[in-house]
Ligand binder design. Structure first.
Ligand SMILES: *Cc1c(COP(=O)(O)O)cnc(C)c1O
Length: 366
């Protein structure tokens, strides 16, 4: 009897990368232990310099998480109670949560079904006298049309905070996402394109004064120790995480290129299949996720069948933000966002090509 059992393919497997880099990572952690500079140590400063150089931005500021990066960006821009921030309903909760956390109100605009990102053409209609900022999210690593967003922001005197949690290394027309708006907020959550081995985040900005305020906010609102000027945060990037990230950063371009090549193979393999919509491939896309749309109400069935064959998939995100218990009944319906939540399915993206081809074969046989 022959068996056609497929290998177990998880949506994400961090082990191969850890195995590849283990000696360097252990050595980097060892150097931190030798120095005992656990808080704001040497690796944090060096990592900040290396990221600033990589992104082509003046200031990179390590913080405790991507969520904190968003919150500190909003606080540094002076956004708080009574203010409105325009963003997408189709994102991870932390985007809208950061706006609520500073006491402002998230105002959602629907997504463009072609990109699944907020539709810039809907922004102007959502602007009110209370609007202070736009928070675009480069979902799945796919850059938002930042030319259009910046044009609208300039016209209406709005600030721009880019949620780059999923887009480290992505580029809009050759420029790194996160370096176009007033702030870029990045996450080093372990599953992100550049992932730490714990929580971590970073802010990027070209503005000296904003950088200074953000640095003040991350250490309890003090520029000088014990001279606190405002209520801030305990939100530093751990030295051990910075040391790990310094080992990983030089590999990022190669990893992102691999993701784009996997995406290209998926798109090619899934071409012409009725009811499956593949993502748009652009050179600046960082493919944090490779996400297809399964139409005609078949998504959950396809996910179930893939699971039976040992293939892990995820739904990012099953519930748009405006439909979450916290925000429900406060917003109108966003048709494209609601539909996307019922159709999206993310496939394994970081595995080797033979894993990818078994995912493709399974998908084609369903
Ligand atoms: C992961 C993520 C965040 C939050 O990052 P954390 O480091 O987990 O706090 C924010 N926004 C988006 C779009 C994300 O995917």
């Amino acid at each position: 009897m022959t068996t056609t059992a497929h290998p177990q393919i998880p949506i994400l497997d961090l082990k191969p990368e850890i195995d590849e880099l283990r000696p360097e990572i252990m050595a980097a952690i060892g150097r931190v232990l030798d120095r005992t500079d656990f808080i704001m140590g040497e690796d944090v400063h060096l990592f900040e310099q290396e990221v600033a150089a990589y992104l082509g931005v003046k200031h990179a500021i390590g913080v405790n998480s991507g969520t904190d990066a968003l919150v500190i960006a909003l606080r540094a821009l002076g956004i708080g109670p009574g203010d409105e921030v325009i963003t997408t309903p189709f994102t991870f909760f932390a985007t809208a949560e950061s706006i609520s956390m500073v006491g402002a109100k998230p105002v959602f605009v629907d997504i463009d079904p072609a990109t699944l990102n907020l539709n810039p053409e809907l922004i102007e209609a959502a602007i009110t006298p209370a609007t202070r900022a736009i928070m675009p999210v480069h979902l799945y690593g796919n850059p938002v049309d930042m030319t259009r967003v910046m044009e609208i922001a300039a016209k209406h005197g709005l600030k721009v905070v880019e949620d780059c949690a999923q887009s480290f290394g992505a580029r809009w027309q050759g420029t790194q996402t996160g370096t176009i708006g007033d702030f870029g907020a990045y996450s080093f959550f372990p599953s992100k394109n550049l992932g730490a081995y714990g929580d971590g985040g970073l802010l990027a900005t070209n503005d000296d004064a904003l950088a200074d305020t953000a640095r003040m906010l991350r250490v309890h609102g003090s520029r000088k120790k014990y001279h606190n000027e405002t209520v801030g945060y305990n939100s530093r990037l751990d030295t051990i995480q910075a040391a790990i990230l310094r080992v990983k950063l030089p590999h990022l371009e190669k990893w992102n290129t691999h993701r784009r090549e996997v995406a290209r193979q998926y798109n090619e393999g899934l071409k012409g299949i009725e009811g499956i919509v593949t993502p748009v491939l652009t050179t600046g896309h960082a493919f944090h996720q490779y996400t297809i749309r399964v139409q005609n109400g078949r998504r959950d069935d396809v996910q179930q069948k893939l699971a039976e064959q040992g293939i892990g998939t995820m739904i990012y995100y099953p519930i748009p933000q405006d439909e979450l218990p916290i925000y429900r009944d406060q917003y109108p319906a966003y048709e494209q966002s609601s539909l996307a939540a019922k159709e999206v399915l993310s496939l394994p993206i970081s595995g080797n090509f033979s894993l990818i081809s078994s995912v493709l074969n399974s998908l084609k046989s369903i």
